[in-house]
Design a protein around this ligand. Structure first.
Ligand code: 6GU
Length: 220
């Protein structure tokens, strides 16, 4: 899978993508990520990418020309299955979207900044608008990083243990993840439930199942 990300501050994304899981996917050639600096496609000597909004109001708006130039350069090189705009008023990102995106070959992600972007970009160059939750960030970069991480771990061959992907609590809607324990068995008087170290596989399975249901009831 190839992901192109267009941003006014692409540097923000260098560090999140050099983390172990995403870097491993890149090293294994399962994933390619290319960061594009929108300013490179800006207007004039000063590489201007934004301007005042028509009709007045505060804040700056990203102009269509830099985005059009950048997108069309990339469009001339390959087809994109999805053209995503990261924006706080987009569709709330979910595991369903992560699955959907993970099945695509090429996607392009445009990160918003300033007050917003010219509506013509949204109307003609974008296929999906995505938000990562009901709060406002200064730009779409960190939101894009969230999307890339959720998508990457779904790509075949990325996780060492695909089982852990299947049992992700979010992937099985009706069941939440049970409480988990590891060594030591006793720490400062806090102990691991005896059943988990009993060796009774059937009883342990039932215990996990019951705890999963129980947690859901408490949560909801
Ligand atoms: Cl995608 N962008 C911004 N700026 N803020 C957000 C967001 C995106 N998702 C949640 N808040």
């Amino acid at each position: 899978m190839r992901i192109d990300i267009v941003s006014v501050i692409p540097e923000i994304l260098k560090s999140p993508f050099s983390n172990s899981m995403i870097q491993r996917a890149i090293n294994k050639k399962i994933l390619e990520i290319y960061l594009h600096d929108l300013r490179k496609y800006g207007l004039g000597k000063r590489k201007k990418v934004d301007d005042y909004p028509y009709g007045g109001g505060s804040g700056m708006v990203i102009r269509i020309e830099p985005v059009y130039r950048c997108f069309h350069k990339l469009f001339s090189e390959r087809d994109y299955d999805e053209k995503i705009f990261m924006t706080p008023d987009g569709n709330i990102f979910s595991q369903k979207y992560a699955y959907e995106f993970s099945c695509k070959k090429n996607i392009i992600i445009l990160c918003g900044r300033y007050k917003g972007i010219d509506q013509r970009i949204r109307d003609h160059l974008i296929s999906k608008e995505i938000s990562i939750g009901p709060y406002v960030l200064s730009g779409g970069e960190l939101a894009a990083a969230v999307v890339v991480e959720a998508v990457t771990r779904l790509l075949p061959g990325v996780l060492n243990n695909p089982d852990s992907m299947i049992t992700d609590s979010f992937q099985i809607k009706s069941i939440n993840s049970p409480p988990l324990y590891t060594r030591p068995i006793l720490y400062k008087g806090l102990s691991v439930p005896k059943i988990l170290v009993s060796g009774h596989h059937k009883k342990i399975k039932n215990w996990f199942y019951e705890k999963s249901i129980l947690k859901k009831k408490i949560d909801s």
